[in-house]
Write a protein that binds this ligand. Structure first.
Ligand code: HEC
Ligand code: HEC
Ligand code: HEC
Ligand code: HEC
Ligand code: HEC
Length: 172
């Protein structure tokens, strides 16, 4: 009787442990993996090789909470004439003809967003480079998150830069 109980308990303990490990692993992967995008857009080409400014496409990063993603029109300023014969650019042209936005998948999202106050503007105005938070996009063919976006990450940079760490600035 005791033996059976112990056996079950030990089995249960390991089963739970394995399920937890699996779940944590899955979540970690989901957060770190570069999500598939509807068009194979490459920062390595556009921000790297072509050397386009980040703010040229992410126009509201220095004006607003959100950095924003460029409109199809912005892409078509070049792709009406550039590489029009490739399948990926033809996908883009199709969104343009249909007057639909490209349904890009979000890569970065603070987990409890409604509970956290974050704005790009304040950070960009302070001359913090995109790279400090997002890594070197000029070398990424596909965007993936390099920062955890967790509270410890925000707070440790605030401490290093003598920015405020009062709870109320991030949790209004
Ligand atoms: C300033 C001009 C410019 C803008 C704006 C621009 N592109 Fe490009 N794009 C290029 C050029 C030039 C290339 C080709 C680079 C090379 O292969 O040498 C390219 C390459 C590409 C390719 C790869 C084509 C292939 O299959 O070889 C895709 C896909 C693409 N762009 C999508 C986009 C999307 C989506 C946007 C808008 C978010 C965009 N581009 C905005 C100039 C631009
Ligand atoms: C030609 C336009 C263009 C340029 C230039 C550009 N981006 Fe982007 N960016 C995009 C598009 C389109 C997406 C959405 C698709 C994707 O994630 O690849 C995007 C996505 C992102 C994301 C992920 C957003 C999310 O969903 O979390 C980050 C971060 C980013 N860009 C940063 C940068 C930085 C930093 C630079 C400058 C080094 C830059 N971008 C230059 C068009 C551009
Ligand atoms: C202080 C850190 C930090 C800096 C600097 C920063 N970002 Fe972000 N970025 C974030 C965080 C955090 C998120 C997720 C925000 C959310 O969940 O709403 C994000 C999200 C994004 C997104 C997707 C959502 C959106 O806001 O449109 C894009 C695109 C982006 N960043 C581009 C940029 C570009 C371009 C720069 C430089 C001009 C930049 N970021 C600088 C921290 C930063
Ligand atoms: C790379 C460093 C860095 C990271 C990462 C960072 N911050 Fe900041 N943040 C700063 C600096 C520096 C300031 C001070 C800006 C100023 O003085 O105008 C600041 C200012 C702020 C402010 C305004 C503070 C005030 O006094 O009103 C808020 C809100 C804020 N950050 C939220 C966040 C949140 C939320 C995150 C994480 C998702 C984050 N920050 C991540 C460097 C960072
Ligand atoms: C610089 C910004 C910043 C400051 C300062 C800050 N937080 Fe946070 N906090 C965050 C971010 C970002 C998250 C989301 C973390 C995540 O995704 O796990 C968070 C999450 C939390 C959560 C967890 C919410 C949940 O549902 O998991 C609690 C509780 C919390 N913060 C309390 C505090 C307290 C108390 C203080 C003051 C001592 C504080 N925070 C200061 C940025 C900040």
């Amino acid at each position: 009787m005791v033996k059976r109980f112990l056996g079950t308990a030990i089995f249960g303990y390991f089963a739970l442990f394995m399920v937890l490990t699996l779940l944590i692993g899955l979540r970690w992967n989901k957060e770190r993996k570069a999500p598939e995008q509807p068009i194979a857009f490459s920062h390595e080409i556009h921000a790297g090789t072509l050397n386009l400014e980040c703010l040229f496409c992410h126009e509201s990063a220095d004006k607003s909470y959100f950095a924003g993603v460029p409109t199809v029109q912005k892409c078509m300023e070049c792709h009406r004439n550039v590489k029009t014969d490739t399948p990926e650019v033809q996908k883009l042209a199709k969104y343009w003809e249909d007057e639909e936005p490209v349904p890009w998948n979000r890569v970065h999202r603070i987990r409890v967003r409604e509970f956290v106050y974050f704005t790009h503007k304040r950070h960009i105005k302070k001359d913090i480079q995109c790279e400090q938070c997002h890594g070197d996009l000029t070398a990424m063919a596909q965007v993936r998150a390099v920062s955890s976006l967790k509270m410890g990450w925000c707070v440790s940079c605030h401490l290093e830069n003598e920015a405020s760490v009062d709870c109320q600035i991030c949790h209004k």
